[in-house]
Design a protein around this ligand. Structure first.
Ligand SMILES: Cc1ncc(COP(=O)(O)O)c(C=O)c1O
Length: 433
């Protein structure tokens, strides 16, 4: 580095620290992993879109639930401070607030792909010429596998039953008008639209209300995978008339690896006996659960989609996290997110200008959450993220072959983290001469 470059880097770092002092976020509430390289003790953690950090409160809360089990045994179902029988209800209202739903429309259960399958049992019912499932070409592979296996389950050929929407040639992101035009033209053949609210690869935030309206107007059912949207962007699933949605809690919801997912089913589908659904003892109304009768009496709420009794020690971290979201508020988080990601974008603009790096996430802040995805023109994404981590203590994640994702998470990421990303990229990726 020349003296001038060193001076510029120093003043940019000082600026990041000034911004952190003015707009501090809630990092103190989280465990930040120590750095595995570089000159700072903590890592710059930009991988919250993959696995969120552990809230400090999680351990204490989990231990309290474990204590109840050791003290009470089976009686904990009714006598624990947070009794296990209705424990899942503690999560319902905060989850509903997070996604803009009525409490009767939201339940926390199972994992994301399992929930998508359970929802497709009800909401993917191919008939006549209306057989197709629409996904985005860059859907997360698990979703692609899930819908293809659903098509096969119904005796259909997945190669023709699953439609993969692609961006226009030379573009990185889907345009809303192209999705709605497709639905207007071919919607009569579509049974289900199942898109990611925020695309896992590009970070694009879809226009959920517009696409939902277009899909429903075409007579299709519209569901959303909100793995990268829940806790990242404000949502209003009820008002947007979404049919169903599912999300995980291990990314922006910081509830730990493999954490339980959430489900939304719009109230217009509640109590509809014509809808096929898989059932177990948690599908029957709570008041009838111990009548030990052979026939269920499901409630007219989303809880009819539950099957098994919930894993309490997996629910604890989700409860803790949702309380945190309630106390900070999604609107405030989104405001900080716009500031942080806008700042990272400005820094990346400077770094990418003379390097083989391109930000592929939409530039319009209304069309993205906190994540910025960078396509690398040379070398492997895995190799680059390894170097960022071991040489600079920057944790990002790679999606092979050529995308590296950076997610400044508004709860705990800092401006200094963003500065470290740009600094590390400029040191690691050679500028073209
Ligand atoms: C968009 C999306 N859908 C589905 C999944 C799969 O989730 P799970 O393994 O919890 O079923 C992931 C996991 O990262 C994801 O990002």
């Amino acid at each position: 580095m020349t003296t001038n470059e060193t001076e510029r880097a120093r003043s940019a770092e000082a600026e990041a620290l000034r911004l952190d002092a003015a707009d501090p976020g809630h990092r103190h509430l989280f465990h930040v992993p120590p750095a595995d390289g570089g000159r700072y003790p903590d890592s710059a953690y930009l991988a919250g879109n993959s696995l969120g950090l552990q809230p400090r409160a999680t351990r204490t809360e989990l231990l309290a639930d474990l204590d109840a089990w050791s003290r009470l045994g089976v009686e904990g179902h009714l006598e624990a401070e947070r009794p296990w029988l209705p424990y899942h209800e503690l999560l319902t209202a905060p989850a509903a607030r997070l996604v803009g739903a009525l409490p009767t429309e939201t339940v926390v259960m199972n994992s994301l792909t399992v929930n998508l399958h359970l929802l497709m049992v009800s909401f993917y019912r191919p008939a006549g010429e209306r057989t197709r499932i629409v996904i985005e070409d860059t859907a997360f592979p698990s979703d692609s596998y899930a819908v293809r296996s659903q098509a096969r389950f119904h005796g259909l050929d997945p190669d023709t039953a699953v439609v993969r929407l692609r961006p226009r040639p030379g573009e990185e992101n889907l345009r809303t008008e192209d999705v709605t035009a497709f639905l207007a033209a071919e919607g009569h053949t579509v049974a289900l639209v199942l898109l990611g609210g925020v695309n896992y690869l590009t970070g694009e935030l879809m226009d959920i209300p517009a696409i939902t309206a277009a899909g429903r107007a075409a007579g299709a059912v519209v569901g959303w995978d909100l793995a990268h949207a829940a806790g990242n962007v404000p949502l209003a699933l009820h008002d947007w008339d979404v049919d169903f949605a599912a999300w995980c809690s291990y990314k922006y919801l910081n509830s730990g690896p493999g954490a339980l997912g959430g489900v939304f089913v719009h109230e217009r589908h509640h109590g509809d006996d014509a809808l096929p659904r898989y059932e177990g003892w948690w599908s029957t109304a709570a008041a009838t659960r111990f009548e030990m009768t052979p026939v269920s009496r499901p409630p007219a709420t989303v809880e009819a989609w539950q099957i098994s009794n919930p894993p309490i020690f997996a629910m604890g971290p989700v409860r803790t996290s949702l309380e945190l979201f309630d106390s900070v508020g999604m609107a405030a988080l989104r405001e900080r997110s716009l500031r942080l990601t806008g700042y990272l974008e400005r820094l990346l603009d400077e770094v990418t200008v003379d390097r083989p790096l391109t930000v592929v996430t939409p530039r319009d802040p209304r069309r993205r959450g906190c994540q910025l995805s960078v396509r690398i023109g040379e070398g492997s994404a895995n190799e680059l993220t390894k170097r960022l981590r071991h040489e600079h203590g920057v944790i990002a994640d790679a999606r092979e072959p050529d995308v590296v994702r950076f997610a400044p998470v508004p709860l705990y990421s800092t401006y200094h983290d963003c500065w470290r990303v740009a600094d590390a990229l400029s040191a690691t990726v050679e500028a073209s001469s």
